[in-house]
Design a protein around this ligand. Structure first.
Ligand SMILES: Cc1cc2nc3c(=O)[nH]c(=O)nc-3n(C[C@H](O)[C@H](O)[C@H](O)COP(=O)(O)O)c2cc1C
Length: 199
């Protein structure tokens, strides 16, 4: 891997209707597990989904929660239908889905306020592993879409995917062969994000 894959990586939202072999996904998971982690606890687990039945169960279950939230936000019915259909279509037609999870038992326990820092370190570790997936996928000419939806409906994933209580799903990574070549969104200028020797 070099800086090139970091520059080339961009979110892909349209995929060719072609399956992705589990061997390719293993390469991505191998990259994930090379990530650093707090205390080297490696608090990551990955649920791999290539079953049409599971994808459909998941999208249907998640849609119910999302509809409830959109109604709470007074989003018009027509807009709700549009968003839900897109979300279901994305999940149902996903060539492959990786759900990176955080094992909340794989942290240092202090029974005081330091536990919050440990919790965050666990999430950071799983995020780094997930970024490795994105970078390795770029090298392999695969596209990835990171969906944050599981954070808003963890119990839906828990039920459909039979996830134990100590495991927190962090995202859904849709992996496939890109069927688009979007322009990568601009980045903020370096001078705007750097603070030398203090804010
Ligand atoms: C934590 C996180 C959550 C994201 N959630 C979503 C999402 O739910 N839906 C989506 O279309 N893109 C999602 N994205 C992708 C971002 O929109 C995308 O990374 C951003 O617009 C920058 O574009 P780039 O990835 O092409 O550089 C997410 C990215 C991250 C890191």
């Amino acid at each position: 891997m070099d800086f090139d894959s970091i520059k080339k990586r961009k979110t892909i939202r349209k995929f060719k209707n072609l399956p992705i072999k589990r061997e390719y996904i293993f390469c991505l998971i191998e990259a994930a597990t090379e990530a650093p982690s707090a205390h080297n606890f490696q608090p990551w687990e990955f649920i791999l989904i290539d079953s049409k039945n599971i994808k459909e169960k998941l999208s249907a279950k998640m849609a119910i929660t999302w509809i409830k939230n959109l109604k709470k936000d007074n989003i018009p019915e027509s807009e709700i239908i549009k968003r839900i259909n897109l979300s279901k279509e994305r999940i149902n037609n996903a060539p492959f889905i990786i759900v990176p999870c955080f094992d909340t038992k794989k942290v240092e326990k202090y029974d005081d306020e330091r536990d919050n820092a440990e919790f965050i370190m666990g999430i950071q570790s799983v995020s780094l592993a997930s970024q490795n997936i994105l970078l390795r996928a770029t090298e392999m000419k695969l596209g990835v879409l990171w969906l944050c939806a599981p954070l808003f409906c963890p119990e839906d994933l828990r039920e459909v995917l039979k996830i134990p209580l100590n495991i927190l799903p962090q995202a859904m990574l849709i992996v496939g062969i890109p069927d688009e070549d979007p322009i990568k969104p601009n980045r903020r200028n370096l001078k705007d994000v750097i603070h030398y020797n203090g804010w």
